[in-house]
Design a protein around this ligand. Structure first.
Ligand code: GUN
Length: 296
């Protein structure tokens, strides 16, 4: 079997189009423009690239983008004061603090100081709890993007065996909650899992989110399974820099029924879902109907 490629780049473009449509309607019918504030502390090069990309795409769909770039040695008190100001700013519907933060800042404290209704990352402890109990919440962007692609490909996920490899708060755990919410039988595997190849071989859906280049070979994949590769790893091969996922694409694509490529799979969906979450937050803040198909 040669796997169907799940084109995240094309899918993300359709999500952005939907978001842009809702943004236009909010302006026309309610004179409201959704606003997303992104806070970057320090000058981490990868974070700078992400933040620039987020700002650009926010403006492209017609929303307001507010960028706050703070010095690497910004104090916790100053960062919390900025978040408080954004929490109280009615033109700001979404707040994202780019991670990782410099070592002297307490990430949990900072994230939990964001108004949960504006927490478009879905990292606030209230949103984590709401998602875990199946209540309406803000959902982390990367797992939301994976779920959208899986629903689009399969229709219903009910009864499917899903294995999530990786137990991070940003991807693994919320991904498992979302799959459970769609009635999958979910296993979360990690570095201490016994017989990992056999666990993965049972899966109809494999979500790989471990951050280890090409860790999952094709002979771990059940014939016809759907493989969602969250990894974005920079490696050097044949003297060239290359981006690879957490699965070995060539061998997995020979057995899988469908697979996301790297780049062009999950990556573009993450920012598209951030924009979707910002529109959702804006609608909720104004007691307006939420956009359909853009939430979990
Ligand atoms: N750093 C890497 N990924 C993310 C993300 O999804 N959100 C935030 N805030 N920071 C990140």
């Amino acid at each position: 079997m040669t796997a169907q490629i799940i084109d995240g780049k094309a899918f993300a473009a359709t999500v952005r189009e939907k978001v842009a449509g809702h943004v236009a309607r909010l302006k026309e019918e309610h004179n409201i423009t959704p606003g997303l504030a992104v806070v970057l502390v320090g000058e981490d090069p990868a974070s700078q690239v992400y933040v620039r990309s987020k700002g650009k795409q926010t403006v492209e769909v017609g929303m307001n983008s507010y960028e706050h770039k703070l010095d690497v040695d910004t104090s916790e008190a100053d960062l919390l004061a900025l978040i408080d100001q954004l929490n109280n700013d009615k033109d700001v519907h979404g707040i994202l603090v780019q991670l990782p933060l410099p070592g002297h800042l307490n990430e949990d404290l900072v994230i939990n100081s964001i108004d949960p209704a504006k927490d478009v990352d879905g990292f606030h402890i209230s949103n984590v709890g709401l998602l875990g109990t199946g209540q309406k919440s803000m959902v982390p962007c990367t797992p939301l993007g994976c779920l959208m692609m899986l629903r689009d490909h399969h229709g219903s996920l009910s009864g499917m065996d899903a294995v999530v490899i990786g137990r991070s708060n940003i991807v693994g755990k919320p991904m498992a909650q979302l799959l459970l919410g769609d009635s999958c039988t979910v296993t979360i595997a990690h570095s201490r899992t016994k017989d990992l190849p056999d666990v993965v071989r049972r899966a109809d859906i494999v979500v790989a989110a471990v951050g280890r280049p090409e860790m999952v070979p094709g002979d771990w994949i059940k014939e016809g399974a759907t493989v969602i590769d969250v990894g974005i790893n920079r490696i050097e091969r044949d003297g060239k820099n290359k981006l690879v996922g957490d699965v070995d694409y060539a061998s997995c694509a020979e057995v899988a029924g469908a697979i996301t490529p790297v780049p062009g799979g999950v990556g573009p969906m993450t920012i598209a879902c951030l924009l979707a979450n910002t529109v959702t937050a804006c609608c909720r803040a104004n007691a307006l109907a939420e956009p359909e198909g853009l939430t979990a």
